[in-house]
Design a binder for this molecule. Structure first.
Ligand code: NAD
Ligand code: LMR
Length: 327
């Protein structure tokens, strides 16, 4: 039996938490032979902590063989202690009519303190994945606090967007979902994100040779993927939760699977023309468990370049807006 890994999850009693924790404890995230200790962190609010007790009871009641312990806390120094993975979900969701960036002032400050505590107490091999919106910029804020952990340990989730894009392409082409490959997300987790359809394949053919309606690809396809979160809020009355939790399972599972190629938001370092200091979605290849290299070989056409410039502009504006939160 492997040594258990410690997985800290913030916002553990929230909507996403309720879909996520059971998947982690079942082995879906780290594999069927990897035991886990869940370190569940909630806001210091009586209602949230009470709800967390109920979630922990349900985890017990599942009798998951891989679940070797549960910590419940409102203290980040306890919750992130020795954590190998820190899954930062806890943050306000947006409501109808809001953009994710509208959450920035409220949510951004959560990631200052959490970034500092993670840097101080998490395991030496800690990896951090940010889901709370606006995810890219919150991730940048958390990473900026770290003096010990390198910036490439901090990733933000754009996998939900990748999954959405894959699903939309499969529907349009009338093929099974598994026929669609190499669709990657560039930029911000916002309507400006760019799903780079020109590099995708469908049954081994360029997606643009199978879906020849380029007006659809450049217009409704990009728009549907970019605005899917808002469409779900309009229909459900609250933001995506099960699909977000599923995407985080995919994000981490791909990051611990050498050879996996997938989209994550990372410090751009100027790749693909992004400002060097923003966290932007791009394709990566997992090298060793938890580590990755950015794939830089994709060539962008003029349309792609204009989309990347627009999403980069938004990321740079978000960065300027939170300048006082960055170390
Ligand atoms: P929710 O309101 O149901 O749950 C959030 C939980 O976080 C609450 O229980 C709250 O008490 C807790 N929380 C707040 N501040 C905290 C703190 N400082 N420390 C620990 N816990 C804290 O919201 P949700 O639906 O679970 O969504 C969570 C976040 O994820 C939102 O910001 C949402 O917009 C975002 N989200 C991102 C994606 C993505 O693709 N990146 C997808 C879906 C949702
Ligand atoms: C999503 O894309 O579903 C999430 O980011 C939630 C939201 O606010 O849209």
């Amino acid at each position: 039996m492997k040594t258990p890994i410690r997985v800290a999850v913030t916002g553990a009693a929230g909507q996403i938490g309720y879909s996520l924790l059971f998947r982690i404890a079942s082995g879906a995230m780290f594999g069927p032979d990897q035991p886990v200790i869940l370190q569940l962190i909630e806001a210091p609010v009586e209602k949230a902590l009470k709800a967390l007790e109920g979630v922990a009871m349900e985890l017990d009641d599942c009798a998951f063989p891989l679940l070797k312990g549960i910590v419940q806390t409102a203290d980040p120094a306890v919750g992130f202690k020795d954590a190998n993975w820190c899954l930062l979900v806890g943050a306000k969701p947006r409501g109808p009519g809001m953009e994710r960036a509208d959450l920035l002032k409220d949510n951004g400050k959560i990631f200052i303190g959490q970034g500092q505590v993670i840097d101080a107490v998490a395991a030496a091999d800690a990896r951090i994945a940010v889901v709370g919106n606006p995810a890219n910029t919150n991730c940048m804020i958390a990473a900026s606090q770290a003096k010990r952990l390198p910036a490439d340990r901090f990733t933000a989730m754009v996998r939900l967007d990748q999954n959405r894009a894959q699903s939309q392409l499969a529907k349009k082409a009338g093929v099974d979902l598994t026929a669609v490959k190499d669709i990657f997300i560039y930029g911000n987790h916002s309507p400006s994100m760019f799903p780079a359809f020109a590099h995708a394949t469908i049954n081994g053919q360029p997606a643009t040779a199978v879906i020849t309606d380029s007006a659809w690809l450049q217009g409704p396809f990009c728009e549907t993927v970019g605005k899917r979160g808002a469409a779900i809020i309009a229909a459900r009355g609250s933001s995506s939760a099960a699909s977000a939790a599923n995407a985080l399972v995919d994000h981490v599972r791909s990051l611990v699977t050498p050879g996996a190629i997938h989209s994550i938001a990372v410090k751009s370092e100027g790749r693909y023309g992004f400002d060097a200091n923003v966290w932007a979605g791009m394709p990566v290849r997992t090298t060793t468990p938890g580590s990755y290299e950015v794939i830089t070989s994709y060539v962008m056409d003029d349309f792609a370049k204009s989309k990347i410039a627009a999403t980069n502009k938004e990321l740079a504006e978000e960065r300027a807006f939170v300048a006082d939160m960055i170390q």
